[in-house]
Design a protein around this ligand. Structure first.
Ligand SMILES: O=C(O)c1cc(C(=O)O)c2c(n1)C(=O)C(=O)c1cc(C(=O)O)[nH]c1-2
Ligand SMILES: [Ca+2]
Length: 725
């Protein structure tokens, strides 16, 4: 036998089968969640409350992007691996920041047509000398950890004619690496695929929702049970949704793979499954046998979901004393507002406490495990509803941390609702397009938006029981430390606004780390939230920090850049409002003295340039049609607001107007990320969108000229009109 070269592939954490995640995070941090339970709690204690004032910059890497960064890096054997926009991967010497290799996936940018929430990626998996990443277009790559060269790659899309995408981190479970998919707002049926870590061969695929029973038997027996919870005449054409786009936890203690499944598609159950039903396995934690992909247990958090409440938020596996007994538990706080404690072996519900205002359910029946639904407040089929929490979620992908020393679950929490109503147009299936069947207005923008609603809708909204509360208390965002068994807040600190939500990391030395949209890294005392250290970085931070130790030095690393859900809306309190959204990997250590130049200032705002004249024959009706098309297709990426990170189309230059049709219909800017639309829009529709934008530009210009004349800033606030993620 040839001598084995010692190194990443020959020994250490990346060696062997690489299936055993470390029980605790110490020098290494081997998956985005840190340890096998993904507690994001590190045993490292070199940085302490007493010395954290000395924390400074060790090194940083400029990632040359202005799109969102949500991933948590991993570290093994002195090498840091981070994933970035659309599934890029970077490997650095973890102590010095020396770049070892980078990987650029060859992403088909047409996928942006069916990606709700930016081009984010939440991390890599590692095993068997390989780094696994799933790119935005749902192609998964196994890279040689030493060189970054592709060892194998698989297209995880089961069909090409649907809007399947991928943003989550793969998870290693025994001999397989698993990955879910995204796109429930479009036309995607959720599934998880498992591939042999050595060869990339598909081992099994678990669909989270059934297919049209008229097509014959379901893909696997678990779906025969699930299909009974759907109307046989469901909107199978749209797909049902259920996309498991984030949380996948392999539990080495039970040998189960826990999957958090996505929301229903389209949202309103009265359209999706007109006769009702729980619509399994939407919005559920499903425990699979990673050898077969078959269900061992499931717990549905939001039966019959119609409010975009996926169960995809990160799960934490740990042990705690519950009613005097040591229990292996899953802690899970999804978008729907509850914090659940489940037995991780059986799925038995142990606790379910509401963290925020909630009106889609009134508690959970602990005997049946079912939420007490309140259709009088929440059935979208009976008219517009104000739902708490709203679709951004009480929690979302932002990773929480569980600190076993204090027993605290520390996380970003958002108490905000939204108005949801079924849009009036016919609900024909639209291939590779938004098919949510609903419009949303967050409560923070409700007051300003009321006058723009059609009068009958506005009247119905004003009459809703939760209207007054929504106007009086639109939104509150906090970093909170919570007792997971009672749901009670032990401490809380407000963040700058509802979009200021980020991931959390804790250490055994009693520190809590998180970032902020205004560009700070903050370090707190885990017992009471007291702020111990603030570092100004200049770039918004939503990703979770992580920590590792190399050659006796503890480091803290975090990815920085605004993005994700609602990415085209850059709030004023974001560091990316006045400076470039400079995507960076930031690494800190005690007495770190490396330079961290602030990102370049954004250019001064200028009055929108004059638009070209409208084409002959354009009428108010044309503009109205363009407006409707714009909001239901384009606004999810183009907010048309000042300081957006995508182009503000109210400010197109004359040359851009000239090539508008090439851009929209022929894919001229496809390499830049702007997809083509000629399969969905007729020429008349594309022209109507252009007419609407010309009209908007003329209004914007007039408005801004008036502001300048009156001495008012050009960017005086304007409401976020609609959001569809
Ligand atoms: O239904 C889906 O397939 C899907 C996918 C994603 C995603 O992949 O990022 C998000 C959502 N839904 C979603 O509902 C949501 O709130 C959300 C926020 C974010 C983000 O990265 O900030 N992604 C997603
Ligand atoms: Ca969703």
């Amino acid at each position: 036998m040839a001598p084995v070269v010692l190194g990443l592939a020959g020994c250490g954490l990346l060696g062997g089968k690489g299936t055993e995640q470390q029980a605790k995070a110490g020098d290494n941090w081997t998956n985005p969640g840190g340890d096998a339970g993904k507690t994001r709690n590190s045993t490292l204690e070199d940085i302490t409350p007493a010395n954290v004032s000395r924390l400074g910059v060790a090194w940083m890497a400029e990632l040359h992007t202005n799109r969102g960064l949500e991933g948590t890096p991993v570290v093994a054997d002195g090498v840091l691996y981070a994933s970035g926009v659309a599934g890029r991967v970077y490997a650095y010497d973890a102590a010095t920041g020396k770049e070892l290799w980078t990987f650029e996936p060859n992403v088909d940018m047409q996928v942006n047509r069916t990606v709700c929430c930016d081009q984010v990626n939440r991390g890599v998996a590692m095993a068997d000398g390989k780094i696994f990443v799933s790119a935005l277009d749902a192609v998964m790559y196994a890279l040689d950890a030493k060189t970054g060269k592709i060892v194998w790659q698989v297209d995880t899309k089961e069909v090409k004619d649907r809007g399947i995408n991928s943003t989550g981190a793969p998870e290693v479970a025994g001999d397989v690496v698993v990955i879910g998919n995204g796109g429930a707002e479009y036309d995607v049926r959720g599934y998880v695929s498992a591939y042999d870590i050595r060869t990339g061969a598909l081992k099994w695929r678990f669909h989270t929702v059934p297919r049209d029973p008229k097509l014959g038997a379901q893909d696997h027996p678990d779906l025969e049970a699930a299909v009974k919870t759907w109307d046989p005449n469901s909107r199978w054409d749209i797909s049902g949704g259920g996309t498991p786009w984030d949380a996948l936890n392999y539990d080495p203690e039970t040998g189960l793979l826990l999957v958090g499944t996505g929301n229903g598609g389209p949202y309103p159950r009265s359209i999706r499954s007109p006769k009702g039903g729980d619509n399994l396995y939407l919005s559920s934690i499903v425990a699979l046998d990673p050898k077969t992909g078959r269900v061992k247990w499931h717990y549905q958090e939001t039966p019959g979901d119609e409010w975009d409440f996926p169960a995809t938020a990160p799960m934490i596996l740990t042990h705690m004393q519950v009613d005097g007994q040591d229990r292996g538990v899953v802690l899970h706080a999804p978008k729907n507002g509850f914090l659940y404690v489940l037995d991780r072996k059986t799925g038995q519900l142990l606790r379910a406490n509401a963290l925020v205002r909630m009106n889609w359910a009134n508690g959970v029946d602990m005997k049946t495990g079912r939420p007490n639904l309140t259709p009088q407040f929440s059935d979208l089929g009976t008219g517009p509803k104000i739902i708490f929490p709203g679709t951004p979620g009480a929690r979302n992908w932002f990773p929480p941390s569980y600190d076993p020393k204090t027993g605290l679950y520390i996380a970003s929490i958002l108490d905000m609702g939204n108005l949801i109503f079924i849009t009036p147009e016919p609900k024909d299936y639209r291939r590779k397009a938004l098919n949510t069947g609903s419009a949303l207005i967050f409560t923070n923008a409700l007051a300003e938006t009321m006058p723009t609603l059609p009068p009958p809708v506005a009247a119905a909204v004003k009459a809703l029981p939760h209207y007054k509360d929504a106007i009086a208390n639109p939104a509150k965002a906090e970093i909170r430390a919570i007792d997971p068994l009672t749901g009670k807040t032990v401490w809380a600190v407000p963040t700058a606004g509802w979009q200021d939500r980020g991931g959390v990391m804790t250490t055994a030395s009693g520190l809590t780390f998180h970032g902020s949209l205004n560009g700070q890294l903050l370090v707190r005392d885990s017992r009471n939230g007291t702020l111990l250290k603030t570092i100004e970085t200049g770039t918004p931070i939503i990703a979770a920090p992580m920590t590792y130790k190399v050659k006796g030095v503890q480091y803290v690393a975090v990815m920085a850049a605004w993005g994700g859900g609602g990415f085209p809306y850059v709030p004023r309190y974001s560091a990316a409002y006045n400076r470039e959204n400079a995507g960076r990997l930031l690494v800190f250590r005690l007495d770190g003295k490396a330079a961290l130049p602030p990102p370049p200032a954004r250019p001064a705002l200028e009055i929108a340039p004059p638009p070209p004249p409208q084409a002959p024959g354009v009428t108010q009706a044309t503009i109205g049609m363009g407006r409707g098309l714009f909001y239901s297709n384009c606004a999810i990426c183009h907010s048309n607001q000042h300081r957006s990170i995508t182009p503000d189309l109210r400010r197109m230059s004359a040359p851009t107007h000239q090539i508008f049709n090439e851009i929209v219909m022929k894919g001229l800017y496809l390499p830049k990320g702007m997809p083509r639309w000629d399969d969905l829009f007729s020429q008349a529709q594309a022209d109507a969108i252009h007419a609407f934008l010309i009209d908007e530009q003329a209004r914007t210009r007039a408005d801004e000229q008036a502001k300048v004349k009156a001495g008012v800033a050009i960017d005086a606030p304007r409401a976020a009109i609609m959001s569809n993620f």
